[in-house]
Design a protein around this ligand. Structure first.
Ligand code: HEM
Ligand SMILES: *[C@@H]1O[C@H](CO)[C@@H](O)[C@H](O)[C@H]1NC(C)=O
Ligand SMILES: *[C@@H]1O[C@H](CO)[C@@H](O)[C@H](O)[C@H]1NC(C)=O
Ligand SMILES: *[C@@H]1O[C@H](CO)[C@@H](O)[C@H](O)[C@H]1NC(C)=O
Length: 545
């Protein structure tokens, strides 16, 4: 049995690979007739068969993209598998066309959909076309400001009941983020450090991952994953999501070129049978993660259905008290005559999609803010001052929604962090027919001619570089690469205003543009400006005797 299984595995791998090879080679022959892309400058390719693919798409590609920003025009050709020609852009007009004006002709890559549905089910992130428009209509009201307002207390609950107690009240027994971090600091002090004035290090990213999961857990799903009590308590979901991101990150090639074909072969149970037998560890890990998420979503969903059937009291007893995204969605969905009703598997599909879209992004933004503040004590002090004053004005209570969202320095710190360190640095699209892509400013082709419009053949992959748009010195000014919250407190450069960046938020591409922009962007800002309140006074921590 063992022998036949691994032989079958090898045979199947070889077969799948051959089919793909033939398919891609056929497609590339068509591409060679297009001159529009070939005339665009491109960084030299490192590999004869993968082109720039590995340079551009890997977790350490920062230098490569910085080079694109510094040495190339905001539209560059990339050579991918077997000469497959792709584009990477951050020209404002081009971005507007791809993401807003002509967005119907630039789909997300098929692999996002086929692979995404396999992993998450039919959620907002993983579907397209009319089904996506319907889900978006159903979900938009769920993310309204009114609902966000109601969620603020949930955020406060997670992060802390009483602000700034970190420094002053060392023995605070509640289970939440602040006491969790404080316990860790105290443990560190008693064991590692004799000198209690010595600085201490905290691995803030793992704390923020747990926080982000708990925030979207409670406010998104009405479910508590983690009481944030101590180091050992992290919910398995946190690890799974981080692993999912890195595992998927390592599978660029398979996701771009293989999944599309693979999902067309046979029935789901046959594909599962094949996957179980393929000698492919990453694939098996993805399978197990996806099973885990689906089972948990089903459990949570069942619990909510029971509560909704049990009436208002049962709902009020739940985590989130019925004010979380899923409860709102399920209630709207039950309303008679509601126009955009979702099927049960679509409702279920939202859960892991939401967690996935919310967690890694939020945790990376929060960790980044805290890290910066731990190195910029001047900024930290000023921010602390602003927050303390706002708290004093409301009697040292949690700062209410309207005051919270109008603190100028906090706002500038959040914006600047989201500008320079966008948690999602690129989005990917594929042209679904031959297109003409206009540019804000002409670029010089390899043959020296000036190019103001690019001919994009059907099926060309186009990457929008969010990060390079946010960092472009041509529009943000020569200090574009510096982290400077003050830039938001004085008038923004004319070049920036005139560039008409299509992003939904604050001239930034961070939350994307158009009908597939981030639906959770207000949610995440609120997470950020709420959580920032509870910053320890620098990571240099001196407990009182
Ligand atoms: C700092 C935090 C966040 C950032 C930077 C961010 C960024 C983005 C970006 C760039 C996209 C577009 C992806 C693409 O088109 O390929 C997106 C989509 C999405 N985001 Fe966020 N996001 C954040 C937080 C959240 C949160 C907290 C939620 C939910 C509560 C959320 C829910 C979604 C959903 C559902 C989509 C898919 C929308 C659609 O396709 O219609 N995001 N996000
Ligand atoms: C941190 O707190 C201490 C004591 O409360 C204060 O003296 C110090 O100025 C604060 N530092 C910053 C950067 O806010
Ligand atoms: C806080 O979040 C709100 C969205 O609810 C946003 O409008 C505001 O700009 C944010 N403020 C800060 C201080 O980041
Ligand atoms: C573009 O390519 C897709 C996928 O092969 C094909 O279905 C579609 O008909 C093409 N569109 C046009 C306008 O040629």
């Amino acid at each position: 049995m063992a022998v036949s299984q691994s032989t079958a595995g090898l045979f199947l791998s070889a077969l799948v690979f051959t089919i793909l090879w033939v398919n891609i080679a056929r497609r590339n022959r068509r591409h060679q007739h297009s001159h529009g892309l070939a005339n665009l400058p491109s960084p030299e390719a490192k590999s004869w068969w993968k082109g720039n693919f590995d340079q551009a798409l890997n977790p350490k590609a920062w230098d490569f993209h910085m080079r694109l920003l510094k040495e190339y025009a905001p539209v560059v050709r990339l050579d991918a598998f077997l000469g497959d020609k792709q584009l990477i852009v951050f020209d404002p007009k081009a971005m507007h066309h791809i993401l807003v004006k002509d967005q119907a002709m630039y789909d997300k890559p098929k692999s996002t959909f086929s692979g995404g549905v396999l992993i998450f089910g039919k959620g907002l992130v993983t579907i397209q076309g009319e089904a996506h428009r319907k889900q978006r209509r159903a979900l938009n009201p769920v993310f309204s400001i009114a609902h966000m307002r109601n969620m603020l207390p949930i955020f406060y609950d997670v992060v802390h009941k009483v602000s700034i107690t970190l420094i002053h009240e060392l023995r605070f027994p509640t289970h939440d983020l602040v006491s969790g971090i404080r316990n860790q600091l105290e443990d560190g002090l008693s064991s590692k450090f004799k000198d209690e004035n010595a600085p201490q290090e905290i691995e803030i990213l793992s704390w923020m991952s747990r926080t982000a999961l708990e925030l979207v857990g409670q406010a998104g799903l009405g479910y508590s994953f983690d009481d944030l009590a101590d180091d050992s308590g992290a919910h398995p979901y946190t690890g799974i999501l981080k692993q999912l991101v890195t595992t998927l990150g390592r599978m660029w090639f398979i996701r771009s070129y293989i999944v599309n074909f693979a999902v067309k072969i046979g029935s789901p149970s046959f594909r599962r049978w094949v996957l179980d037998r393929l000698p492919w560890k990453g694939g098996h890990r993805l399978r197990d993660m996806s099973d885990y998420m689906w089972e948990l979503s089903k459990q949570i969903h069942e619990g909510k259905k029971r509560a909704l059937a049990g009436g208002d009291e049962a709902v009020a007893r739940q985590v989130g008290k019925g004010k979380d995204i899923m409860s709102i969605l399920m209630r709207l969905n039950m309303e008679e005559g509601s126009q955009s009703q979702l099927d049960e598997d679509e409702v279920l599909g939202q859960m892991s999609s939401l967690i996935f879209a919310a967690m890694d992004t939020t945790s990376s933004a929060l960790a980044r803010v805290l890290h910066i503040l731990s190195t910029r004590l001047d900024v930290q002090g000023k921010l602390r001052q602003e927050i303390l004053e706002a708290r004093k004005k409301c009697g040292d209570q949690d700062i209410p929604y309207d005051e919270l969202v109008s603190l100028p320095y906090l706002d500038a710190v959040c914006r600047e962090t989201l500008r320079l360190y966008p948690p999602v640095p690129y989005v990917f699209r594929v042209a679904t027919q031959d297109m003409i892509l206009p540019l804000s400013n002409p670029v010089t082709g390899i043959d020296g001619t000036s190019i103001s419009e690019i001919h994009i053949p059907n099926k060309t992959a186009v990457t929008v570089s969010i990060i390079n748009s946010n960092r472009n010195p041509v529009i943000w000014g020569p200090d574009a690469l510096e982290w400077k919250p003050e830039r938001w407190l004085s008038p923004l450069p004319d070049e920036l205003i005139e560039a008409h960046i299509p992003g939904v938020y604050s001239h930034l591409m961070t939350f994307n543009a158009g009908s597939r922009s981030c639906i959770g962007f207000k949610f995440s800002q609120l997470e950020m400006n709420d959580s920032s309140i509870y910053l320890p006074n620098s990571t240099v921590y001196r407990p009182e005797k």
